[in-house]
Design a protein around this ligand. Structure first.
Ligand SMILES: Cc1cc2nc3c(=O)[nH]c(=O)nc-3n(C[C@H](O)[C@H](O)[C@H](O)COP(=O)(O)OP(=O)(O)OC[C@H]3O[C@@H](n4cnc5c(N)ncnc54)[C@H](O)[C@@H]3O)c2cc1C
Length: 457
């Protein structure tokens, strides 16, 4: 039987097309030929088979939060699984549809017995992209990365078959990156009980940068610091913020953060003891650290050892001449449960911090300066940093296969060749079966049949 496209299919002629094609980062404007909103696993299978039959490139899409908007493409098929978002729990295990956003799954798991998985802070992020790349959040030091709680998944492979992850695919799905092996339709996670947490946010003026950074770095030793606490430090031209979440009582947290408060006089100190789910919503509300502008360029690197003065001097210098106040450098402390976990492709478990260099803007004319600043700062910090986090995917990193995957790359390529030998799942920074070492660049698109324009099914 000939495959056909099923589900809710949106084409450029349909009124909903503009919204259907848009990813979260408005820096990109891409025009797919079809956006398929899948209502069932069969719709996903049909979309893969149909796209292959017509030689059209395709992209999987879940929460639309790819930094480079790699879940949408020009002239191809977007296979959107956001309607496959059911969340159910049985004992210590949750079945989570691959289209669920973090907000949907946090709320559902909280309502169903006060449990969670350790995910990211932004509730609009999709569980699929987050999990495939690793998944950093404010429970990482106590419970690990999101992918460390992954215990099973179902995926539509390059031939349109529904497969259950065997050990190699499960390993690759824990940090091997979204969009590489197939289209996930459902995940199984081990869930963790959680009730109350204490959260804090402390602010200083930019002038306190050196004193606060030195104190934070000495204090935030991933091996020595209580693993119930996951701290973040955000440096911006407009000021410095130390924030974090502690799974424990307020008095204990106040003792833990005392060395930070002594570093320099803060302009504000906020400490709140509340339910976990209240804290989840606080970090996307009042206490959100990212500017809320629609276009952005973010990139990353890992810090493996404490920074010497020269590294801090470089950061201070670049922050001092940032193109706008809507720029920040964020340090996420790792270690704890994440460092202990073995059994996934995520390769940066020994790191102290992941760093994120971020710039946001609204007016497209401000884009080049912002992008130039982010790229320049990442380059300037290379003497003291390594690699990059695949979930903060960055089209400007030339050695991306090694930077994202390091020692996991050879095994990931073996899994790629087994599940997708023809590179049906391809994008500009996608793993490719044809990869033959540093310098290789994939085409980013599946071959098209000559001269044929598929008609709307
Ligand atoms: C505002 C914001 C906040 C963020 N906060 C955090 C954070 O706290 N912690 C953190 O670790 N990361 C964070 N991220 C990064 C985030 O983890 C990645 O951008 C992630 O890839 C987004 O996944 P998504 O499903 O929302 O995006 P999408 O754009 O839908 O997909 C991302 C990638 O995964 C692929 N993909 C999507 N669905 C599937 C599927 N069903 N099967 C296979 N592949 C699929 C896509 O093809 C694409 O390559 C944040 C990003 C943003 C924009």
């Amino acid at each position: 039987m000939q495959p056909t496209l099923t589900g809710d299919v949106v084409t450029p002629h349909d009124p909903g097309y503009a919204a259907a094609r848009q990813d979260f980062n408005r820096r990109f404007d891409r025009f797919p030929r079809y956006v398929v909103f899948c209502r069932s696993v069969e719709d996903v299978q049909a979309a893969v088979r149909w796209s292959r039959q017509h030689g059209l490139p395709l992209r999987a899409r879940s929460g639309r939060h790819s930094y480079e908007a790699y879940s949408v493409l020009d002239g191809g098929v977007v296979v959107d699984v956001s309607a496959l978002n059911a969340v159910t729990r049985t004992g210590n295990t949750a079945s989570i549809g691959a289209g669920a956003t973090l907000g949907q799954l946090y709320d559902a798991l909280w309502a169903d017995g006060q449990v969670t998985i350790p995910g990211g802070s932004c509730t609009g992020v999709g569980v699929a992209g987050l999990t495939f790349g690793g998944g950093f959040g404010l429970l990482v030091r106590l419970m690990g990365l999101t992918c460390d709680s992954l215990i099973g998944l179902e995926m539509v492979d390059a031939r349109g078959r529904l497969v259950r992850a065997e050990p190699d695919l499960l390993w690759a799905s824990r940090g091997g990156g979204g969009g590489n092996f197939g289209i996930a339709t459902r995940f199984e996670f081990g869930v963790h009980p959680v009730d109350y947490v204490t959260v804090y946010s402390v602010a200083w003026p930019f002038a306190a940068l050196r004193a606060v950074f030195a104190a934070w770095q000495a204090w935030a030793d991933p091996r020595a610091l209580d693993r119930r606490l996951t701290p973040i430090l955000v440096l911006g031209p407009g000021g410095i913020t130390a924030l974090g979440q502690f799974v424990g009582p307020q008095a204990e947290l106040e003792r833990l953060i005392a060395p930070l408060l002594a570093a320099a006089p803060p302009t504000s100190v906020r400490v709140v003891h509340e339910t976990y789910i209240e804290a989840v919503h606080r970090f996307v509300g009042d206490w959100a650290v990212e500017p809320t502008l629609s276009r952005f360029k973010n990139t990353s690197a890992y810090q493996l050892a404490p920074f010497p003065d020269a590294a801090l001097g470089t950061l201070a210098d670049w922050l001092g001449r940032a193109p706008s106040p809507n720029t920040v450098v964020q340090f996420n402390l790792h270690g704890g449960a994440e460092a202990d976990f073995a059994g996934g492709a995520y390769p940066w478990r020994g790191a102290r911090c992941s760093l994120q260099y971020q710039a946001y803007w609204e007016n497209p004319a401000d884009g080049p300066a912002a992008v130039g600043w982010v790229n320049g700062l990442r380059r300037a910090m290379l003497p003291w940093t390594r690699g990059a986090y695949v979930n903060y995917i960055d089209a400007d990193i030339a050695d991306w296969p090694e930077a994202y995957y390091a020692g996991s790359l050879p095994r990931l390529l073996r899994v790629k060749r087994r599940y997708d030998p023809d590179d049906v799942f391809a994008f500009p920074q996608g793993l490719s079966s044809a990869y033959r070492g540093p310098g290789y660049r994939p085409s980013g698109a599946a071959p098209r049949p000559s001269g044929s324009t598929p008609r709307r099914p």
